[in-house]
Design a protein around this ligand. Structure first.
Ligand SMILES: NC(=O)c1ccc[n+]([C@@H]2O[C@H](COP(=O)([O-])OP(=O)(O)OC[C@H]3O[C@@H](n4cnc5c(N)ncnc54)[C@H](OP(=O)(O)O)[C@@H]3O)[C@@H](O)[C@H]2O)c1
Length: 269
């Protein structure tokens, strides 16, 4: 039986084993998917050992997405653009690194939530691994403007310069957003894990504007509450992105994309 796992620290809270077990059951496929707590300095040796033991693939979560990219013998374009990997696919001699976060987000926005990106003004808050992973897929959907703003004001400049060959990303600071309006504001910060939100000027949403938090559960509450109060017409957490990025990983491993609606409904239930 093919074996997969999510590697992280901490990883006990991960919903990935439940999601992949549901995908496998829905397609009548036999596989094993576990969760392993791995310390940062153990990632390299662990991946070598897992390869020797015949494991078929891994998901990487915090804090391994950046370090994992350097440990792969090859990387997809999405992984190169993100500078981070969340999916490892076994090769004969090592691991191929991919990043399905951006594809998962875009799928959740467009297919599940019916949110338009084409021709819209889109703002990404945060400039960590998650933000980097979603910028190129968002650009590919043809927004009228794609801006990125972060607490540390240097990171948006660096990211916009690095992704310049793919298109125009407008680097902003939170303070400079005062007076601007966006159709879609994505919170890709980890502030919600501390019950916080980025410090933003008011009235950030255009008429009908949508707020989307990449976080889910309690970590998504502060931003969604703020966004509603600030005038967002709709708000969503990132649980759909989690399920859709998992479906993309499953497809890369197993060659078939599972249906996601029932799995997402089960998690929400
Ligand atoms: N739904 C999904 O499938 C999915 C997938 C990936 C990630 N995520 C979530 O997305 C979030 C970001 O992940 P990541 O990997 O990008 O993390 P990361 O690399 O650690 O980056 C964290 C980002 O949050 C910002 N930040 C942290 N605390 C803040 C605060 N109090 N105020 C303003 N900004 C703050 C940081 O700003 P500075 O640069 O100024 O420090 C940085 O831009 C995480 O909470 C993660 O769980 C969800």
């Amino acid at each position: 039986m093919d074996r997969y796992a999510v590697l992280g620290q901490p990883v006990g809270h991960s919903k990935s084993p439940r999601i992949h077990a549901a995908f496998a059951a829905s397609l009548d496929q036999k596989l094993l998917y576990e969760a392993y707590e791995i310390a940062p300095d153990e990632l390299g040796p662990s991946l070598s050992r897992f390869h020797a033991e015949g494991w078929a693939g891994f998901n990487l979560t915090v804090p391994h997405k950046l370090a994992g990219a350097a440990l792969c013998e090859s990387r997809s374009d999405a992984a190169e653009q993100a500078g981070a990997v969340n999916t490892l696919i076994r090769t004969t001699s090592g691991w191929h690194g991919d990043n399905t976060d951006g594809a998962g987000l875009v799928r959740d926005l467009i297919a599940n939530l019916g949110v338009e990106i084409r021709g819209k003004r889109v703002l990404v808050l945060g400039a960590g691994g998650a933000a980097r992973g979603i910028l190129a897929p968002l650009l590919a959907e043809g927004p009228a403007e794609l801006a990125i703003s972060n607490r540390n004001p240097w990171k948006p400049e660096e990211i916009a310069a690095a992704l310049k060959p793919l298109g125009n990303i407008v680097p902003r600071t939170h303070l400079s957003l005062k007076g601007d309006r966006y159709d879609l504001v994505l919170n890709a910060t980890s502030a919600g894990h501390a019950g916080a939100i980025p410090r933003l000027p008011p009235k950030l949403f255009a008429d009908g504007g949508v707020a989307y938090d990449l976080n889910y559960g309690q970590a998504a509450v502060p931003f969604m509450v703020w966004a509603k109060a600030d005038g967002a017409a709709r708000v969503s957490d990132g649980l759909g992105m989690l399920v859709e990025q998992a479906a993309e990983a499953f497809r890369r491993w197993r060659g078939v994309r599972p249906e996601t609606a029932a799995v997402l409904a089960g998690l929400r239930g």
